[in-house]
Ligand binder design. Structure first.
Ligand code: UT7
Length: 323
């Protein structure tokens, strides 16, 4: 028998304010046509002033707990992937813990930018496999609208705000690839690529800063590294493209999503796409896509899912799980 981290519930939250591409036509030298054709994005949600990352994370967490039929005190741990926490400290995860009314266990943030949710899933899996936690709430939540340079058309049209969450629970499996739960993970980073995607400020530089990106360079790395990490985690299981029911990729750009699927030999009918409605929500994009796909009836019990993401660092990785 093998312990597996099994998905018990999923949920998400999106701010009420929806901003269509046409909004940017009034502010910048850009067009709906450019944004749509280069990125696949049509609209995104932006948080209200008082709608912080921890608040959105708490809404998503409640939805995931409801879906799982669990109470906050049933959890042993909360891991929140974010690069846009409310405060420098405490962690946004402990703020979610308090907002949920959870009085035990432990909570912490993970920062791996757009790869954050994949890193958080891998860490939650490790806590469960090592016996340190039985139920872990894994959240991705971001307020990237607060780090945009609204004069930079090459970045500010691409990002959005939101949150998504999964509840993972330790269950006994057979140790085969037919088990439900997380089956394999693969994490990577290479700090030499820092200048391709970063925020030019932070606590020790005494400013908040704005997101800076060499988009076409990141694009080049993205397709190659996402396909490679997906291959690596599938290879750990002796599985291949034919075994996959759904790819749930980081939602940054439809052309990256299509290019990666092509490289993996997977048809777009097996790829969950939400980028048109959410834009790039960094660490929130995968749990948001999982939750939306579940609500659409795309993902069903027993499906084999591959998630993959890349972002600032560069940091990238993938997780294979059976729903
Ligand atoms: O989530 C973390 C990882 N991030 C990503 O995965 C993002 C990866 N990169 C991308 O998604 C794409 O590179 C972008 C969508 C950012 C850009 O698409 P691209 O096809 O790589 O365009 P480009 O950066 O090569 O720019 C092409 C042209 C440039 O003009 P020139 O130099 O050819 O005259 C840009 O100035 O498009 C121009 N441009 C714009 N034009 C209208 C850049 N932004 C805009 C804009 N509206 N908003």
């Amino acid at each position: 028998m093998t312990v597996r981290a099994v998905v018990k519930g999923v949920g998400h939250y999106l701010p009420e304010r929806v901003v269509e591409n046409s909004y940017f036509e009034k502010l910048l030298d850009t067009s709906d046509e450019w944004i749509r054709s280069r990125s696949g994005i049509e609209r995104r949600h932006f948080a209200a002033t008082d709608e912080t990352t921890s608040k959105m994370a708490t809404f998503a967490a409640r939805a995931a707990l409801d879906d799982a039929g669990l109470q906050p005190d049933d959890l042993d741990a909360i891991i929140l992937a974010t690069s846009t926490a409310d405060f420098t400290f405490p962690s946004a995860a402990t703020m979610v813990q308090a907002q949920l009314g959870m009085t035990g266990g432990f909570a912490f943030d993970i920062q791996a930018v757009c790869a954050g949710f994949v890193y958080a899933l891998a860490n939650a899996n490790a806590l469960i496999l090592s016996g340190q936690a039985k139920r872990v709430l894994v959240i991705g939540a971001e307020t990237f609208s607060s780090i945009m340079d609204w004069t930079d058309r090459s970045t500010c049209v691409l990002f959005g705000d939101g949150a998504g969450a999964l509840v993972l629970e330790a269950q006994q499996g057979q140790g085969t690839t037919d088990d439900t739960g997380i089956l394999a993970t693969d994490l990577n980073s290479d700090g030499r690529y820092r200048d391709l995607l970063y925020v030019d400020g932070g606590v020790s530089t005494k400013s908040t800063g704005h997101l800076r990106m060499q988009g076409n360079q990141v694009f080049r790395h993205a397709v190659e590294k996402l396909a490679s990490t997906a291959h690596t985690s599938l290879a750990k299981l002796g599985l291949g493209a034919d075994d996959i029911d759904w790819i749930v990729p980081h939602q940054a750009n439809i052309r990256i999503i299509q290019g990666t699927a092509r490289k993996l030999g997977i048809g777009m009918d097996k790829v969950v796409v939400t980028v048109q409605d959410h834009g790039n929500t960094s660490a929130a994009s995968i749990p948001l896509a999982l939750s939306v796909a579940r609500a659409r009836g795309q993902i069903k019990s027993g499906d084999l899912i591959v998630t993959e993401a890349i972002g600032g660092g560069l940091a990238w990785g993938s997780v294979v799980l059976r729903w």
